[in-house]
Design a protein around this ligand. Structure first.
Ligand code: SF4
Length: 392
């Protein structure tokens, strides 16, 4: 233990992490309220190291939005459009397939697909899309739809959430995305996403998906009108569901982007706020294996620093990001694999190319490109998932 931790007001929480004792919500709030970022980072880095050792991962993926038409008008959203808007779009399934084909040539292992809550596309559009994309390459993993989209599709198709998920899974869906969580507390949700389904409904979709053997990620949109206590409440609900299902493979804190929306907050979260949120998440979510530093919202430089503040993953190459960039993100639209590897190595970690379930595809020896022995054969499909699906 270094001198500064010994003398820090957070020393008792460092000791809890050392001994593996779970921290409470009151402890998490103390961490959030502390100005001692160095000690917070030290504690988070210890928690990270216990989970991930010296590895830090990235994924080669492509984002694909099938449409930005949406029946809701969340106040924080800069992405959604109405049918009357000139810059609204929706892709046909052949257009989706074409873009996926191009991305496969770049080596992607995952398509990350979300859209707005489209007013009229039939349920068969979604199942046909999944079937067409999963037929392209057996190694390609389809991570699609927020829990909010799933609720919308169930409503459109007049099916239960469970039946909707079963049919999407049969068509090729492998993982749900984590979007739509925002902040769970009702008052904040009404202020930033009026009309959106509740926290309970969001969590129930993930619970059902996990019960069917599926895996998913989850998120928290931070740095707008919520309080630090609201963030703790959000993390509390995620940790409780994870205790119940163990179905989340990773947590992705998303820094709010302020442009082109109706929230009266005109600055994005600071670097200090982003790092402390990642750090507290790592320490509090002791039942999550992975915390992602989302470079699109943070910028790659800050995401790289976050690898020493609790994060063990930099997310993906992405190729074409709309949602954060329409809200003012100034990061590039994509990262190359080489840039992500460089960022990880500079941070002193061993780069690992991962699949959708954070399982390693390729492990790089420190300072060198992978040799034939280091490279594990690309396996798009998760053994964990396949086993679970077989018994579901
Ligand atoms: S956040 Fe999602 S549900 Fe809300 S308006 Fe935007 S696209 Fe629609």
């Amino acid at each position: 233990m270094n001198f500064f931790v010994q003398r820090s007001e957070l020393r008792d929480l460092y000791d809890k992490v050392v001994t593996g004792e779970r921290i409470s919500e009151a402890d998490a709030l103390r961490l959030f309220e502390s100005k001692d970022l160095n000690t917070l980072g030290t504690i988070a880095d210890l928690a990270r190291q216990k989970k991930a050792g010296n590895r830090a991962s990235y994924i080669i993926n492509r984002y694909l939005n099938y449409s930005n038409y949406c029946i809701l008008s969340c106040q924080f959203c800069s992405f959604a459009r109405k049918k009357r808007d000139a810059d609204g779009f929706e892709l046909t399934i052949p257009q989706m397939v074409e873009r996926a084909r191009e991305a496969l040539e770049l080596g992607i292992t995952e398509l990350h697909i979300v859209g707005g809550l489209h007013p009229s596309l039939p349920f068969s559009y979604y199942t046909d899309m999944l079937k067409a994309l999963s037929a392209l390459d057996s190694r390609l993993q389809l991570k699609c739809f927020t829990a909010i989209e799933i609720l919308h599709l169930a409503w459109l198709a007049k099916k239960s959430v469970e039946q909707t998920l079963r049919e999407l899974k049969d068509a090729g869906l492998e993982s749900l995305t984590g979007g739509g969580a925002e902040i769970f507390r009702k008052e904040v949700r009404s202020a930033i996403a009026k009309g959106k389904e509740s926290a309970g409904e969001y969590l129930d979709v993930h619970r059902t998906w996990h019960r069917l053997g599926g895996r998913s990620t989850c998120t928290m949109l931070f740095g707008h009108v919520e309080s630090l206590a609201d963030r703790v409440d959000h993390l509390r609900q995620l940790r409780a569901l994870q205790d119940e299902t163990r179905g989340f493979v990773g947590f992705v804190p998303l820094p709010y982007q302020p442009e082109n929306n109706d929230i009266p907050v005109k600055t994005p979260p600071t670097g200090f706020d982003a790092l402390r949120t990642i750090a507290v998440s790592r320490i509090y979510l002791d039942n999550f294996d992975h915390i992602t530093a989302y470079w699109v919202g943070l910028g790659l430089k800050l995401a790289q620093v976050a690898l020493s503040y609790g994060a063990d993953d930099l997310h993906g190459t992405i190729i074409e990001e709309h949602i954060f960039h329409m809200a003012g993100a100034t990061s590039p639209q994509l990262q190359t694999e080489a840039e992500m590897i460089k960022a990880i190595r500079e941070a002193g970690r061993t780069p690992v190319q991962r699949n959708t379930f954070y399982e390693p595809i390729k492990v790089f020896a420190d300072g060198h490109p992978p040799t034939a022995n280091e490279a594990e054969p690309p396996s798009g499909k998760s053994k964990v998932l396949e086993d679970n699906l077989a018994t579901a």
